[in-house]
Design a binder for this molecule. Structure first.
Ligand code: HEC
Length: 135
């Protein structure tokens, strides 16, 4: 029950963050390129790996901060146009990407290592599906 409430709050915060990114004040400022998102998210030092590492080390404050960055960064990908593949597929793929980012943030904030690892696994399993069409 508490966990659901916490998740709902985290989700609401994520929606606000996305709304902030799309607000007129920030609309002129270009977001990260797709390459920048890939670099920031992936690898052992990327937001996702670093979030899991912090959580495993018991530093949940750090995990929550990194998870929030992962969610924000993931949400930014959908603002870019794909250099390959059609727009409808890109929308589906980037929506999923943003959802997994939000799950990572929610799990880190809920201090739920099992959910965090599950979300990180989903994230890691989605590379090929998107790259085969859009990279
Ligand atoms: C929603 C689609 C999508 C997903 C999911 C995705 N990628 Fe990418 N990735 C891309 C696209 C598009 C490019 C090509 C960017 C370009 O060349 O401008 C790319 C490029 C890359 C690059 C090359 C970056 C560079 O500097 O040239 C790496 C590395 C990479 N992705 C790693 C990953 C890994 C690892 C995962 C999974 C954990 C992943 N990507 C998931 C869309 C995606």
């Amino acid at each position: 029950m508490m966990r659901n409430a916490a998740r709902a709050m985290v989700f609401a915060a994520g929606v606000l963050a996305v709304a902030a990114l799309t607000s007129p004040a920030t609309a002129q400022k270009a977001g990260p390129t797709t390459k920048q998102v890939m670099k920031a998210m992936n690898g052992p030092k990327g937001f996702v790996g670093a979030t899991v590492a912090a959580a495993k080390g018991g530093d949940w404050d750090k995990a929550a901060q990194l998870g929030a960055k992962a969610a924000q960064c993931a949400a930014a990908l959908g603002k870019n146009a794909p250099k390959k593949g059609d727009a409808a597929s890109w929308e589906i793929q980037t929506k999923k990407y943003a959802e997994v980012g939000a799950e990572i943030e929610a799990a880190a904030k809920a201090k739920d290592l099992t959910a965090l690892q599950a979300a990180a696994k989903t994230f890691g399993g989605a590379c090929k599906g998107c790259h085969s069409v859009h990279k």
